[in-house]
Design a protein around this ligand. Structure first.
Ligand code: ZN
Length: 299
C-alpha cells in the first residue's frame, strides 16, 4: 500500500434535481497493482466457491424505491418474468413518494429482501434528525412519512445495516469508505475511494438514482454505461442499479438490475409504469408539487 495517494476533497455537488449535495471524500491510498491482483484473485476464488452453492439463483437488485408502489409493482412483475429467485435492496425504501407502508411491507414481507439503510430511511427513522438543512420539499416528505409509519416500521428502518455482504457480493447505499456520510459517487475518484474498502468482487449501490458501472483498473476506477454485460473473473465492479421510484438520469422509467451468479450475467432493466397514478397519490397526500412533477421527467 506504499505507493498511494491521499487527497482530502470537500466540495459541493449539484445533482440533477438542482439541490446542493454535500460531497466529502477522503480518497484513500490506492493499493499497488500487485497487491490488488493477489487480493482480488483470492476474493474471486472465494466468490466462485460461493457461486457453486448459488446455482439456480437469480438476484434482482432494487434501489431507491422511495415509496413508489406503482413503480415497484411493475418491477416485481418483470423480475418474476425474468426468473428472479431472490431480491436484495440497496436502500431508500421510503421518502419522496406516497406509499411508504405498502413498499415497506413488500420489501420486508413478500420479498424478505436483504436490505441496507439509505439516507432517507435514516432521516425518517431518526427523530432527533435536524431538518433545518433540508430543502423544504425533502423536509416535508420526511415529516409526512414519519406520520404514516408505526413504531415497528420505524424500528425496521432504524436498524438496517449501512453495508451488508450477501452471498458473495456487497450491498451499500452510498459508498463503502464512509457509508454514514452519504457521499454521492459522481466521479471516478469517489468510486476509487469506495473500492479501497470493497472486500468482494462486486458491490451494488444506489443513492444518485443514476445507473452506472465503475470498474477498478490499475489507475483507479473507470466508469462505463449501465449496459448488459457478462462479468469476467478478476473484474472488480461497483455497480449503481439506478432508482425504482424516482429515476434522475432523464429517463422516467423504473430502473433495477438482475445478476445471475452461475453465468455472471448482469442485466439492467428499464420499465414504464403508471406515472400519473403515482403522481395522483402524491398530490392527494398533500406533498409538495416538486415531488410529483419530477417523476415524469426522470429528474
Ligand atoms: Zn434515494
Amino acid at each position: 500500500m506504499a505507493k498511494g495517494r491521499h487527497i482530502l476533497r470537500l466540495a459541493k455537488h449539484r445533482n440533477n434535481g438542482g439541490e446542493e449535495l454535500p460531497v466529502c471524500h477522503v480518497v484513500s491510498r490506492v493499493p499497488s497493482a500487485e497487491f490488488r491482483r493477489t487480493q482480488n484473485l483470492a476474493q474471486w476464488a472465494e466468490f466462485q466457491e460461493q457461486e457453486k452453492t448459488l446455482a439456480g439463483k437469480v438476484f434482482a437488485v432494487l434501489g431507491d424505491i422511495h415509496a413508489n408502489i406503482e413503480a415497484l409493482n411493475v418491477v416485481l412483475d418483470d423480475a418474476r418474468k425474468q426468473g428472479v429467485t431472490d431480491f436484495v435492496c440497496v436502500g431508500d425504501v421510503v421518502g419522496y413518494n406516497a406509499s411508504p407502508k405498502e413498499c415497506l411491507e413488500i420489501v420486508r414481507g413478500e420479498l424478505n429482501a436483504h436490505c441496507v439503510q439509505g439516507n432517507h430511511d435514516y432521516y425518517i427513522s431518526n427523530l432527533s434528525m435536524n431538518l433545518e438543512d433540508f430543502s423544504p420539499h425533502a423536509a416535508a416528505a420526511v415529516k409526512w412519512t414519519r406520520e404514516q409509519l408505526n413504531d415497528d416500521e420505524m424500528a425496521y428502518l432504524a436498524n438496517l445495516p449501512l453495508k451488508k455482504p450477501v452471498m458473495g457480493f456487497t450491498l451499500v447505499h452510498s459508498t463503502l469508505d464512509m457509508p454514514e456520510r452519504w457521499g454521492y459517487v459522481f466521479e471516478n475518484d469517489q468510486a476509487t475511494s469506495s473500492f479501497a474498502f470493497q472486500k468482494t468482487p462486486i458491490c451494488f449501490h444506489g443513492h444518485t438514482h443514476v445507473p452506472i458501472v465503475y470498474e477498478l483498473t490499475d489507475t483507479g476506477a473507470k466508469h462505463r454505461p449501465a449496459e448488459d454485460m457478462t462479468v469476467r473473473v478478476g473484474q472488480r465492479l461497483f455497480i449503481n442499479v439506478g432508482s425504482v421510484g424516482q429515476p434522475r438520469d432523464g429517463d422516467p422509467r423504473a430502473s433495477y438490475a438482475i445478476y445471475v451468479p452461475a453465468t455472471r450475467e448482469l442485466k439492467f432493466r428499464r420499465l414504464e409504469y403508471d406515472v400519473a397514478a403515482a403522481q395522483e397519490r402524491i398530490k392527494k397526500a398533500g406533498l409538495p408539487e416538486r415531488l410529483w412533477q419530477r417523476l415524469e421527467f426522470g429528474r
